[in-house]
Design a protein around this ligand. Structure first.
Ligand SMILES: [Cu+2]
Length: 192
């Protein structure tokens, strides 16, 4: 039995009891119960519909090609990249991330300061509705600080992404060697 039919029979049962108690005529009962049943079931469906539309941010986020950069053993930090496609109804933002593989995961971006690329922590990464935001080397990334395990190539690292509304999403990101060559006179540690 579906929820709505259970709901309907509960309402029907209520009005049957009313009929017995009030000794109304059968005709009056039928008219009233039909009308009330219709409006109450209708109200229930409207509420259910709104809940489905509102949903939560995590349900509308599609994660594209997540990965974690492989780093030599002993290196304390790494970074993770992915595309975040907001397919929901409203704009939102990524506000936090965590992983069992690192002490802390921060949201970072890169900025050019005095001709040098530097990375900087950001409070959130905006996710405009309908857009794909790319976390990629040299740009936005998730910074894995204080690695707690070896990052073995092709093994998966679990990441939890938390959005502005508090909803969260779990992502399994494989460890991959970075193909890009961005090493320049000693600044390579800023490059992810
Ligand atoms: Cu960083």
């Amino acid at each position: 039995m579906s929820f709505s039919s259970a709901f309907e029979s509960a309402i029907y049962g209520y009005f049957r009891r009313r009929l017995i108690e009030d000794s109304d005529t059968h005709e009056e009962f039928s008219k009233m119960s039909c009308f009330k049943r219709f409006s109450l079931v209708g109200l229930f469906l409207i509420c259910a519909g709104q809940a489905a539309v509102a949903g939560n941010v995590a349900d509308g986020i599609m994660v594209d090609d997540p990965y974690v950069r492989a780093v030599p053993p002993g290196q304390p930090n790494s970074a993770s990249f992915m595309g975040l496609h907001n397919m929901g109804k409203e704009g939102s933002a990524l506000t936090a991330a965590s992983s069992p593989a690192a002490e802390v995961v921060e949201l970072h971006t890169h900025t050019m300061e005095e001709g040098m690329m530097r990375m900087r922590k950001v409070e959130k990464i905006d996710l405009p509705v309908g857009e794909m935001v790319k976390l990629q080397p040299g740009g936005l990334h998730l910074m894995l600080i204080g690695l707690k395990q070896k990052l073995v190539q092709d093994e998966k690292v679990s990441l939890t992404l938390t959005f502005e509304d508090g909803s969260s999403l779990q992502v399994d990101a494989p460890v991959r060697k970075l193909q890009m060559r961005m090493k320049q006179d000693g600044h390579q540690r800023h490059m992810h």
